[in-house]
Ligand binder design. Structure first.
Ligand SMILES: Nc1ncnc2c1ncn2[C@@H]1O[C@H](COP(=O)(O)OP(=O)(O)O)[C@@H](O)[C@H]1O
Ligand SMILES: [Mg+2]
Length: 210
């Protein structure tokens, strides 16, 4: 019901009187029954190079093998299409998150477990997505990897380019990253990938098959 409330409240700002919500006969609960698991957003946040995409990808594979219907929305991939018109200034970063959040929410309505791997540096943007989700269908997963380690990994050479002053507005360097205060799942990015996966998979399975 919260979802419908949100939709009615946030009606199209250009045509607010005439655009109304049409209730379809099949809803999220029906689709969850079909998929035989709960649908939700698993939102990975953390610095560039912290391990978000790596962990999301392995987790998705493990869920897939257990019969979970998934989809992944990766920050880098999304910027090739849906968000390719956006820059990295703070407004566009917020818009980037808003769009991904809306798409993720549609996918939750479709009955999927949606893995989002996005730096998502601002607390308020993550909170907005949480608030528009139905209770317990948004899990914030904080991949907490120290900047020094991210810099050492630097698989895409981005930190190197920042050092050479070729990239501006880089999160953690000249653009802020607001750490989650109370993430649903905290991952210490200094641990090995398999340690983190063991921790993550159990916590997520409990939520999906609750
Ligand atoms: N826990 C970990 N331990 C060691 N290396 C890791 C770990 N997690 C990720 N990596 C490596 O760090 C690099 C960055 O990971 P990636 O998932 O691309 O980060 P992000 O998506 O957060 O930018 C990759 O080369 C990946 O293999
Ligand atoms: Mg990534």
């Amino acid at each position: 019901m919260l979802f419908h409330y949100y939709m009615i409240k946030h009606i199209n700002k250009y045509n607010d009187k005439n655009v109304m919500w049409h209730f379809y006969r099949i809803n999220r609960e029906d689709r969850e029954r079909l998929h035989q698991h709960r649908s939700m957003i698993l939102w990975f946040t953390g610095l560039s190079g912290s391990g978000k995409s790596t962990l999301a990808s392995i987790l998705e594979e493990k869920l897939y093998c257990r019969g979970v219907s998934t989809y992944s929305l990766d920050g880098d991939n999304i910027r090739h299409g849906l968000c390719k018109d956006l820059s990295f200034n703070s407004n566009d970063r917020s818009e980037n998150i808003r769009r991904v959040g809306e798409v993720a929410r549609l996918m939750v309505d479709a009955g999927l477990v949606v893995l989002v791997a996005l730096i998502s540096p601002y607390r308020i943007d993550r909170q907005i997505i949480r608030d528009m989700c139905i209770k317990d269908s948004f899990l914030e997963i904080f991949v907490d990897t120290p900047m020094l380690i991210c810099k050492q990994r630097d698989p895409k050479g981005l930190y190197h380019q920042v050092d050479c002053k070729k990239i501006k507005n880089f999160t953690g360097i000249d653009s802020i990253y607001e750490r989650p205060k109370q993430p649903d799942i905290y991952l210490d990015g200094r641990k090995t990938i398999s340690e983190l996966m063991n921790q993550l998979l159990d916590l997520v399975l409990v939520k999906i098959f609750k």
